[in-house]
Design a binder for this molecule. Structure first.
Ligand code: XMP
Length: 510
């Protein structure tokens, strides 16, 4: 049983005090007063940052990459899960076009696991052209080869087909046949596999049953990576975890079924206004077919919205109406809730339950993450923070930027971040390339497209964030994320400083 992330129940006087201060306020309206520090080293490997994503899924890092088509596809989800968080694959694919999203989920699930239960395979009679196509499609360099009866017949690697003309040749002509392979009969633990692979000096170990049928494949690369990534978010088979977003109308039920079949670990019904009749129907319909799937729903930004979702039995609630970097909802509608207020209000609603909150959007500097996680988020979802990284989808474009001090323009690499409700994202989703801007305006965009400087890997960003979060824990006099929350909510008046305009400038204007 995982201990509660926030004190349960929250102290009534503490709630009243914090609620009063956060009304109409967000992260940059606050500082936290430093406390007597008890940690010797601010080391993310030693400080416990574990948290809960949903009622059943725990993470070692409180980070979720946003389901946006310029943020999370398989490469981002892989890095997030390897680092201890999770990525949610967006649903920015066209209606009815379910397989592209399913494929992203499959890629994550197959990326690195202890034992690959159903490795990509071909038959001995397949052509090398077919095998090559499967390698390209799946981004996998070794295929298992089976005979007509489904028994292991060999392995085919990229190297085996590198310089051959594939047209006439069949897999049997180039594979390493069974009698040249080291194979283990029966199940094996990762430790056993490592011993066998070291002794026999092989990098791949297929496992077969007494009948020669494949039970799984273990690769030395996976064993090494497992060791290097101690915080990774894995399912019970050692595979990386991944989530996927679905809508609340259209093809969402079919999409959900296909994603579940592909092994998705958590579904997110994500719509702009989750406190709605549309959401009510969507949850009810989804639950009819999939009562047990881990289900996150959102977004909401009020206590009433949180209660609405709590009452419908979801496994986590996504909080955030309009704080996102690519979001224009507040400008276009004048509706929304400052994110600090939204998080505290929603926290008070779920305080007696075991349903976690995801603080979604508005984390523009690393320090805001600590506030999001103290005010109410069990985890935080970030979009723009990861846009522009190597793992974010999209091409790099070079733009001229003027350097005023040198009076010259230099070409700077950028990537695009776009709100999922921006005209550009809607245009792609709805398959309406020919529609003109005026027609699209009528749909009512609530997001925009912005350029963000291209930067390195999202892995570095997550690791930096975790170092800063550990520093926050140290300044807060705590020894873990859970302890920081407990201390804050025990005496919020010892921590919370509401800033004047000049104090805000002194703190955050640089
Ligand atoms: P950050 O601030 O991390 O926020 O970039 C990511 C979150 O922004 C939300 N999002 C949108 N909200 N219109 C909106 O109102 C949009 O077009 C839009 N696109 C993304 C979303 O919740 C995401 O996780």
């Amino acid at each position: 049983m995982v201990p509660p992330e926030f004190p349960r129940p929250l102290d009534r006087a503490a709630i009243a005090f914090v609620l009063d201060l956060v009304r109409g306020a967000t992260f940059d309206d606050f500082l936290l007063a430093p406390q007597f520090s008890v940690v010797e080293r601010r080391d993310p490997r030693a400080i416990d940052l574990s948290c809960r994503l949903t009622r059943r899924i725990s993470l070692k890092r409180p980070i979720v990459s946003a389901n946006m088509d310029t943020v999370t596809r398989a490469p981002m989800a892989i890095v997030q899960a390897e680092e201890g968080g999770i990525g949610i694959i967006d649903r920015g694919f066209r209606p009815g076009d379910i397989q592209p999203q399913v494929r992203e989920v499959e890629i994550v699930k197959r990326t690195q696991h202890g034992i690959i239960r159903d490795p990509y395979s071909v038959t001995v009679d397949a052509t090398l052209t077919e095998a090559k196509a499967l390698m390209t499609r799946s981004r996998v360099g070794t295929l298992v080869v089976t005979d007509a009866n489904g028994r292991l017949a060999g392995l085919l690697t990229e190297r085996d087909i590198r310089f051959v003309t594939p047209d006439r040749l069949r897999v049997r002509d180039r594979m390493t046949p069974l009698d040249h392979l080291v194979v283990h009969r029966g199940p094996a633990s990762l430790a056993d596999a490592q011993r066998i692979m070291t002794e026999r000096r092989v990098k791949k170990l297929p496992l077969v049953d007494d009948d020669g049928r494949l039970l799984g494949l273990i690769t030395s690369r996976d064993i090494v990576r497992q060791r290097k990534l101690p915080f990774a978010t894995r399912d019970e088979h050692g595979r990386l975890m991944v989530g996927a977003a679905i809508g609340a109308t259209g093809d969402y039920l079919e999409r959900a079924a296909e994603l579940i079949k592909a092994g998705v670990d958590v579904l997110v019904i994500d719509i702009a206004h989750g406190h709605s009749v549309v959401m009510d129907r969507a949850i009810a319909e989804l639950r009819k077919g999939h009562p047990d799937v881990d289900l996150i729903a959102g977004n909401i930004g009020t206590a009433e919205g949180a209660k609405f979702l709590l009452d419908r039995g979801v496994d986590a609630i996504k909080v955030g109406i309009g704080p996102g970097g690519g979001c224009t909802t507040r400008m276009t509608t004048s509706f929304g809730v400052p994110q600090a207020q939204a998080l505290v209000e929603c926290r008070t609603v779920v305080a007696d339950s075991d349903v976690p909150l995801i603080a979604d959007g508005g984390i523009r500097r690393h320090g805001a993450l600590a506030l999001a996680l103290i005010f109410g988020g069990d985890t935080a979802m970030l979009g723009s923070a990861f846009a522009g990284t190597e793992e974010a989808p999209g091409e790099i474009v070079h733009k001229s930027v003027l350097l005023p001090e040198q009076q010259k323009a230099v070409k700077v690499p950028f990537k695009v971040l776009r709100g999922m409700a921006s005209l550009e994202a809607i245009r792609d989703r709805l398959d309406v390339e020919d529609a003109d801007r005026v027609e699209l305006e009528a749909i009512g965009a609530e997001g925009m497209e912005i350029s963000v400087p291209a930067r390195g890997s999202a892995r570095t960003i997550v690791r930096d964030m975790m170092k800063h979060l550990c520093s926050s824990i140290s300044y807060g006099g705590a020894d873990s994320l859970r302890d920081l929350r407990a201390r804050f909510w025990a005496t919020p008046s010892a921590y919370l400083i509401k800033l004047s305009a000049s104090a805000r400038r002194e703190s955050y204007d640089r």
